[in-house]
Design a protein around this ligand. Structure first.
Ligand code: CAA
Length: 387
């Protein structure tokens, strides 16, 4: 077993760390406060290849591997989890799915501008009444009489990057009698007639990542812009989420790392009862547990990335690895951020220090791309073979 990173992996880690520290960290608190979408830093991330890390260079990406993607996500999210969210949806939920299931024309038209960061992509699965139970969606698509296009009527909620995205991968029911096998995926252009955006959600954390509802009213999608086969949509949605969950695990590791490093520095610096608080056993115990959970989360996440790379080669699934990484890393991030606030005392509750932001940002990693409860369901179903 070799834990060393390749030269390419070290390069992307270094590039992402340098950019995150020099360009994102100085503005992270300001964007968290304003809730504005960070247009300039995201554009620069596109120029650096961070918006399509695993996308081949021929389609505008950096052509690197999943481990490289995870390493970069950790660095960006340690500086600002909102940037991590935007990066993750662009990379995993948008580009990956089209690369895996799309036609050559779709890759050129939809992946190329999004992977290069000129445009933003989004993923529309969730609906107001169906979140965890994703296959119960109400959005409908029906083929026109001449068979050349689908007419889509849909309402989707919690769409990350929805307010700014040019393109969406959207899921709708084409055969209401067929359950999960009656769902189809479509590539949607938000500049076309019939597409509408709802209000932007005010959120607890990752506030600079824009989230909104979207509605499609008699939107006409050409048959050429259907992603995969009719009825294959739910499997596409799930397999895309398998990869997405590794990205969210990496985001959680980044937040946890930032919370741990802030705590370590504070424990060395802050004095109480005549000495550095890091010298007290209660603080030492916290730091030891934070560091151990952080590194365990990192290993599980890197192992999931490795499993995805093996699966890409062999065509097998890596669902279990992705779910375990997301479950463990997101709960570790929440726990570590909680300890970080406590360790900082009153300063942990103040907006003058970044730990209260880490605490708010960590929470979403236990919710989106499948809650912790859904990850436990996926893991136990795969382990027991029972449903
Ligand atoms: N890969 C490929 N196929 C899969 C799969 C996977 N990972 N998981 C399931 N399938 C297939 C099954 O094999 C089955 O196929 P057959 O019909 O051929 O047997 C079919 O899909 C249906 O599977 P299930 O019966 O297991 O489906 P279910 O209705 O019981 O749902 C679930 C399973 C795990 C609960 C799923 O609905 C789920 O993951 N829910 C959570 C949804 C979620 O993560 N939402 C996040 C929204 S996106 C988001 O947050 C993005 C953002 O903005 C950041």
């Amino acid at each position: 077993m070799d834990f060393n990173l390749s030269e390419e992996q070290q390069m992307i880690q270094h590039a992402a760390r340098t950019f995150a520290r020099e360009e994102i960290l100085p503005v992270a608190a300001q964007f968290d406060e304003s809730g504005e979408f960070p247009v300039d830093t995201i554009a620069k991330m596109g120029e650096l290849g961070l918006m399509g890390i695993e996308v081949p260079e021929a389609y505008g990406g950096a052509g690197l591997d999943t481990i490289g993607y995870v390493l970069a996500m950790i660095e960006i999210s340690a500086a600002c989890a909102a940037h991590g969210t935007i990066m993750s949806v662009n990379n995993s939920l948008f580009c990956n799915g089209i690369l895996k299931y799309g036609t050559e024309e779709q890759k050129k038209e939809f992946v190329q501008p999004v992977a290069s960061g000129q445009l933003i992509g989004a993923y529309a699965l969730t609906e107001p009444q169906s979140g965890s139970d994703a296959s119960r969606m109400k959005s409908r698509a029906r083929l026109s009489e001449d068979g050349s296009e689908y007419i889509i009527n849909a309402r989707k909620s919690w769409i990350t990057s929805g307010p700014v995205a040019r393109y969406l991968v959207l899921f709708a029911v084409t055969d209401p009698e067929a359950g999960a096998r009656g769902i189809t995926a479509f590539l949607i252009d938000t500049e076309q007639d019939g597409f509408h955006r709802g209000k932007t959600e005010p959120k607890l954390g990752i506030r600079a990542s824009a989230t909104c509802e979207v509605e499609l009213v008699d939107y006409r999608c050409s048959v050429e812009n259907r992603l995969g086969e009719e009825g294959q949509g739910f499997k596409i949605a799930m397999s895309v989420l398998d990869a997405g969950r590794i990205g969210i695990a990496a985001q959680a590791v980044g937040i946890a790392q930032a919370a741990y490093e802030a705590s370590l520095a504070y424990a060395r610096d802050r004095k109480a009862f005549g000495r550095e608080i890091g010298g007290f056993q209660m603080i030492q115990s916290k730091l030891a547990d934070m560091k151990t959970r952080l590194e365990a989360a990192r290993l599980l996440t890197l192992r999931a990335a490795w499993a995805k790379m093996q699966a890409t080669d062999s065509g097998s699934r890596f669902t279990l690895d992705g779910s375990m990484a997301k479950l463990f890393a997101s709960e570790a991030a929440m726990w570590i951020a909680h300890q970080a606030v406590q360790l900082h005392g009153g300063m942990g509750y103040s907006k003058e220090m970044p730990v209260e932001r880490y605490f708010r940002d960590a929470k979403i990693t236990e919710i989106y791309e499948g809650t912790s409860e859904i990850q436990r369901l996926v893991i136990s179903r795969l382990e027991t073979g029972l449903r």
